[in-house]
Ligand binder design. Structure first.
Ligand code: URA
Length: 433
C-alpha cells in the first residue's frame, strides 16, 4: 500500500477502505508517514468529506492507536459527559459530583484548554495540590471508593489524535466534521464507559458555528458511539454566549462551587441540571426529567458538594478551597471594563471573549506557556442585559498588567450593543438520541 495512492483516491472523491484507513493511522502513530503526506490527506478529507463508514473506521483506528483503558474492575454503571469545547464551561466540575452522589460511577479523562476554549484539567489544577495524574490502580480504587475521579489523558492515550490534532491546528483543517468526530470519539471510546452524554456546543464560542452543523456532528458521534456498543445521547447547546459569568480557571472553580451550593448563575445551573439528568437517565435512574429532579435534590441537600470535597481530598487538593472558595488566591491586578455606549447587549463574539481571557493569562498560546490560574474575566452584563454608557461590563483579572489594554480592546470589540433587546435564545436546541 502506498500513501500516495490513498491521498490521490481521497483527492478525487473516492471512499477509502478500512485497510487504507488503518494503514494511514498506523503510519501516523509510528512516524513512518511524513507530515507532508499526512497533511495532504487531511486537506483532501477536509474538502471531500468521509462517509459514516469511513468516519467510524477512522475513529476506531484512532481509538486503537494507543493504550485502551480497562475499567472492568470498577463496580457499577460508568457514565461520561463530553463537551466539544466552550467558554466558561465548567460543567464537568458540577455534573460529575452530582451523578457520583447517586452511586453512578464517573471515571473521567479530561482535556486541557484548546485555542479559545478552557479545559477541565487546567481548572482542577487551580486547586492547590490537586493531582491530575493518578496511577491506574489509584484511579480505579478512587472511583470504587468515592464514585468519581478526574484525570488528564496520558501520552499513550490515542496518540494518533495528538499528532493529527497538532497538524490540523497549523494547516487549517480543524473544522472538518469527520476529523472532529474521529478525534473526539476516538478518545472517548479508548476509555471504558457504558454511557456517554455529548454536549455539542453551537454558536460563536464553539468549533461549530451553526445549529445545523452541530446537529450533523452530534448525529455522527452518536452513530459512532452506538456502533461501538455505547449508550449515547447528544445535546445541542448554546455557546453563543459564555456559560455563567466566570471565564478563567480559579474563577470558574469558584462559580462551580457556588452552583453546587445552589447559588450559581441561572443559565449555568440549568445546563448542569439538564446534563446531569441525562447522565443519570442513561445510567438507568429514570427519565431525563426525573434525573434532573434528582440533580436538583443533590444540590439542595449538599451531597453533590460533599462529593466534590471528597474528590479534591482524594486527589491531593486542598479541600478548604472548596469549603471556603474565598480562600482562592486573588489575581494581583484587576481592571473594570466600562461600556462605551448605552443599549442592550445584542450579541457577543464568545470566541473573542475566550481569547481575551487567554490574553490575560488564563490559557496558553503555546504548549509550553504557564497558566495564571487567577487570571480571567468576571462578566457583569451578558447578552440581553441593558447597559448604560460608563456602566461596568466586566472585571478583568491578571498578574500581568500589560495584558489589560489588549484584553479590554478585544472584549469591547466583541460586544455588540443595540437599541433593541435581542430575542431570547434557547439553552438547549435539540437532543439527539
Ligand atoms: N475537541 C477534540 O478533541 N478534537 C477536535 O477535533 C475538536 C474538539
Amino acid at each position: 500500500m502506498r500513501m500516495y495512492d490513498i491521498i490521490k483516491k481521497k483527492r478525487d472523491g473516492g471512499e477509502l477502505t478500512t485497510e487504507e484507513i488503518d494503514y494511514f493511522i498506523k503510519g501516523v502513530t509510528d512516524g513512518s508517514i511524513p507530515d507532508y503526506q499526512i497533511t495532504a490527506l487531511l486537506m483532501a478529507i477536509y474538502f471531500r468529506g468521509m462517509s459514516v463508514r469511513e468516519t467510524c473506521d477512522l475513529t476506531f483506528a484512532v481509538r486503537d492507536s494507543g493504550e485502551k483503558l480497562d475499567f472492568s474492575a470498577i463496580d457499577g454503571i460508568r457514565v461520561d459527559k463530553h463537551s466539544t469545547g466552550g467558554v466558561g464551561d465548567k460543567t464537568s466540575l458540577v455534573v460529575a459530583p452530582i451523578v457520583a452522589s447517586f452511586g453512578v460511577k464517573v471515571a473521567k479523562m479530561s482535556g486541557r484548554g484548546l485555542g479559545h476554549t478552557g479545559g477541565t484539567v487546567d481548572k482542577l489544577e487551580a486547586i492547590d495540590g490537586f493531582r491530575t495524574t493518578l496511577s491506574e490502580e489509584e484511579f480505579i480504587r478512587q472511583v470504587n471508593e468515592i464514585g468519581m475521579a478526574i484525570v488528564g489523558q496520558s501520552r499513550q492515550f490515542a496518540p494518533a489524535d495528538k499528532k493529527l490534532y497538532a497538524l490540523r491546528d497549523v494547516t487549517a483543517t480543524v473544522d472538518s466534521m469527520p476529523l472532529i468526530a474521529a478525534s473526539i470519539m476516538g478518545k472517548k471510546l479508548a476509555a471504558d464507559d457504558h454511557c456517554i452524554v455529548l454536549d455539542v456546543k453551537t454558536g460563536s464560542g464553539s468549533f461549530m458555528k451553526t445549529v445545523e452543523a452541530s446537529r450533523e456532528l452530534a448525529r455522527l458521534m452518536v452513530d459512532i458511539g452506538k456502533n461501538a456498543g455505547k449508550k449515547m445521547v447528544a445535546l445541542i447547546t448554546n455557546m453563543d454566549r459564555p456559560l455563567g459569568y466566570a471565564i478563567g480557571n480559579s474563577l470558574e472553580v469558584i462559580e462551580a462551587v457556588q452552583t453546587l451550593n445552589g447559588k450559581g448563575p441561572e443559565d449555568f445551573t440549568e445546563m448542569c441540571m439538564t446534563l446531569a439528568g441525562h447522565m443519570l437517565s442513561l445510567a438507568g435512574k429514570g427519565t431525563p426529567e426525573e434525573g434532573k429532579q434528582m440533580a436538583v435534590a443533590a444540590v439542595a441537600d449538599g451531597s453533590a458538594l460533599q462529593k466534590l470535597v471528597e474528590t479534591v481530598k482524594a486527589q491531593g487538593g486542598d479541600p478548604s478551597l472548596i469549603e471556603h472558595p474565598e480562600k482562592f488566591p486573588a489575581a494581583k491586578y484587576s481592571h473594570v471594563v466600562k461600556s462605551e455606549k448605552s443599549g442592550f447587549i445584542a450579541h457577543v463574539d464568545t470566541e473573542a471573549y475566550g481569547l481575551a481571557s487567554l490574553t490575560l493569562g488564563a490559557g496558553r498560546n503555546t504548549a509550553e506557556d504557564r497558566i495564571d490560574f487567577s487570571a480571567g474575566i468576571l462578566l457583569t452584563k451578558k447578552t440581553g442585559d441593558h447597559v448604560r454608557a460608563g456602566e461596568e461590563l466586566a472585571t478583568l483579572f491578571t498578574g500581568n498588567r500589560a495584558a489589560f489594554a489588549p484584553a479590554e480592546q478585544i472584549l469591547l470589540s466583541a460586544t455588540e450593543i443595540t437599541d433593541e433587546r435581542p430575542l431570547d435564545e434557547p439553552l438547549v436546541y435539540d437532543i439527539i438520541e
